[in-house]
Every structure is written in structure tokens, then in C-alpha cells.
Design a protein around this ligand. Structure first.
Ligand code: MRU
Length: 365
């Protein structure tokens, strides 16, 4: 399968043909089973985001945009005031599904501003326009990932030495499954393939990413399916791997970037950044500008989701792997301090410290 065939097969999120359902790949079933599911009700959409059937910051944003368009199309109101009241209730409900990825709120707020702008138009026209706006959010996401990929590819090209593979470490899944296409942290590798690099020019090391194994189940699946040389390791093996000299660069995604450049991403990311600094390996965060939240001054203010203890003790085992009643610490995200980050790759350019100034320089508001 070449990279284009791969992208055709793995469409993370879309509207179904008659716009009656949000159609997603159920990521909780991967890699064993590629199954699409159709979500029709607000509860089904909320639950799919909460349970990580669809996950990854940009994909959550695209799903929320399509979700609110779909749910709004069923609002029975005939005047704007009552239509908008129902819209806001749906928006608030979807926004309560997960707390950390800012794209969820960003996409819903964008749809909200769009509706308010159309208040003089008929309700059927507004409903149609909401689907079109969701399509635009998806299409823009593809372009954003592509630009991030091109900038990241530039970094790979600078590292390339004849006849040698480049070692890339990534954590969690910031791949095509986490976006509309290309991914963010994986985009440089997919762009490299599209530009004619051989799959063996790169060697991607995927952290398995406890406790939900997005690295093992999703990133390793994606990259391996796309033909890229891929090795999976447990999270606690990253240090020995880096020490062995096999990692030339780290690319990770993010769920929210604060104004000072602190980054919330999947639990374990900050540990990878600390290791990378120790071993003098460049550590890059790939961030669509929609993930940069200038209303949040530092990582301290980013709400970090805490999840069910069963994910640590039971979920992947045929029998429980911890004593009954044990207290469990299970944060889904951590914060990487900005001074551990070599650069933040946005679709508008690569930002270097001081980040606040760099974001402003790229017109990120
Ligand atoms: O809990 P998840 O699987 O939604 O967490 C995903 C991540 O942390 C990703 O790295 C992040 O959302 C970036 S996706 C391009």
C-alpha cells in the first residue's frame, strides 16, 4: 500500500453521504479491527469523544464541528432566538466531553461565531451553512498538517546523511488518526514519502504510551501500514534508546500550548523532553495554531484530564494487575516546560523562544 492508498483507507472522521451521521473509525478497536461507526445522537458523539473512539486534538475539533452541524440540522426551531438557544445547549454539552484539547472549544466557538454572523438568514440556510463551515474546518486541518509536515520535513532534510536512516522518536499518536490527514508529529514523515524518500530513509521509534497505548495501537499501526520502518518500545525504554544514539530528533503533538510556550500533551511527553535535553536531542512540538491558546498564560493553567483507574489496572489485561482498592494516579496529559522544547512547528512557521514573541510574529492571536 502506498501512502495515498493508506490515506484513502484511514479517514479518521467524515460526514456520511446523506449527512445523517458522523462517520468515524472506532480507534478503540485498532489495530485489530478497522471498523467505522456512525454517530447520530448528541450522546453518541459525546461518548465517542469521551471514550477516545475519536481522539487527538485536531480530530476532536473536526468531530465537534461536524457534530454540532449534524445536531443543529435537527433543531426544530423556526426563529433564530430559539434555534440559537438550542445550539448553545448542544455546544455546551459537547464541550463537556474532554477538558484538555483546546481544539474542541476552538472549533465549537468558531461554529458559534459563524451562527451568530448568520442570524439574519433563514434557519434552513444556517443549517446548510454549518455543514459547509465544518467542511472548511476539516479542509483547513488537512492543509495545516501539510504545512507542518513541510516545515518538519525541512528539519529531517537537514539531518540527512547519505546512506543513513534518520531516527525519529514520537510519543502517543499525533498521526493521521488524530487529524483529518497527515497528522502533526507524523506529517514530516508522510511528506518525506510524498517527496520521494524511501520508507527506509527514516526509522520511527514509537513509545507505546501507557496507559491507553495510542503509540502501540495507533502510531505503530499507521506508520507500519504506510511502509515506514517502525520500532515500538515501552515508554521506559526511551532513555536507553536515546543513549544508544539511535534517535536524531523527537516530534510530538500537543493538546494545548500556553502563551509562554508550555505544552500540554499526552502523559509521558514531559519525560521524553527531559530525556531529550539530557541526551542533546532536538525536541519539537508540532502544533496547529488552533492549539495555541493565548488566553492561557502558562502550563499551570491548562486543565489536565484525570481518567478512570481501570485504564491502568484492568483494561488491557485478562486479569486485574493491581491490588483491589489501590489508589491510582491516572492523568491523561502532562505539561512540558517551554525551556525543554527546541521549537514549536506551526503551519505558519517554526517558533523558537521567546515563544510569546514568536507567536505574535506569526500573527497568532
Ligand atoms: O488522549 P488522546 O489520545 O486524545 O491524546 C492525544 C495526544 O496527546 C496527541 O499527542 C495530541 O492530541 C496531538 S494530536 C495531533
Amino acid at each position: 500500500m502506498d501512502v495515498e492508498q493508506f490515506f484513502d483507507q484511514v479517514t479518521t472522521v467524515r460526514m456520511n453521504a446523506d449527512r445523517s451521521a458522523l462517520d468515524i473509525i472506532d480507534q478503540t478497536l485498532l489495530p485489530g479491527c478497522i471498523k467505522r461507526v456512525e454517530l447520530r445522537t448528541k450522546e453518541e458523539i459525546w461518548d465517542a469523544i469521551k471514550k477516545l473512539r475519536v481522539r487527538g486534538a485536531p480530530a476532536i475539533g473536526v468531530s465537534a464541528a461536524y457534530g454540532i452541524a449534524l445536531l443543529s440540522s435537527k433543531i426544530p426551531a423556526t426563529n433564530f432566538e430559539s434555534f440559537y438557544a438550542s445550539f448553545v445547549a448542544l455546544k455546551d454539552y459537547l464541550a463537556s466531553s474532554r477538558p484538555t484539547a483546546v481544539n474542541l472549544f476552538w472549533a465549537l466557538n468558531r461554529m458559534d461565531a459563524f451562527v451568530k454572523d448568520k442570524k439574519e438568514e433563514s434557519i434552513p440556510k444556517i443549517k446548510e451553512a454549518l455543514f459547509e463551515e465544518a467542511d472548511r474546518i476539516r479542509d483547513e486541518d488537512i492543509q495545516i498538517s501539510l504545512h507542518i509536515g513541510e516545515l518538519g520535513f525541512g528539519l529531517l532534510r537537514d539531518l540527512k546523511k547519505d546512506g543513513q536512516e534518520i531516527g525519529i522518536l514520537t510519543h502517543c499518536n499525533a498521526g493521521t488518526l488524530a487529524t483529518a490527514k497527515y497528522g502533526t508529529a507524523t506529517a514530516p514523515m508522510y511528506v518525506a514519502l510524498e517527496k520521494g524518500w524511501a520508507p527506509e530513509d527514516m526509522h520511527v521509534y514509537c513509545d507505546e504510551t501507557r496507559p491507553l497505548l495510542q503509540g502501540a495501537r495507533l502510531t505503530a499501526f499507521e506508520l507500519h501500514s504506510a511502509g515506514i520502518t517502525t520500532t515500538l518500545q515501552c515508554d521506559n525504554m526511551a532513555s536507553i534508546l536515546m543513549r544508544s544514539g539511535k534517535v536524531d530528533i523527537v516530534f510530538v503533538g500537543c493538546d494545548r500550548v500556553a502563551k509562554n510556550g508550555d505544552v500540554a500533551n499526552k502523559i509521558g511527553t514531559s519525560g521524553v523532553a527531559i530525556l531529550a535535553k539530557h541526551y542533546n536531542i532536538p525536541f519539537y512540538v508540532c502544533a496547529p495554531s488552533s492549539t495555541i491558546d493565548l488566553a492561557t498564560s502558562t502550563g499551570e493553567q491548562i486543565p489536565l484530564e484525570m481518567r478512570d483507574p481501570d485504564e491502568v489496572c484492568e483494561m488491557w489485561y485478562s486479569q486485574r494487575m493491581a491490588p483491589e482498592g489501590i489508589d491510582v494516579f491516572n492523568p491523561a496529559f502532562d505539561v512540558t516546560d517551554h525551556d525543554l522544547i527546541s521549537g514549536i512547528i506551526t503551519e505558519r512557521g517554526i517558533c523558537h523562544p521567546p515563544y510569546e514573541e514568536a507567536f505574535r510574529g506569526l500573527g497568532i492571536k
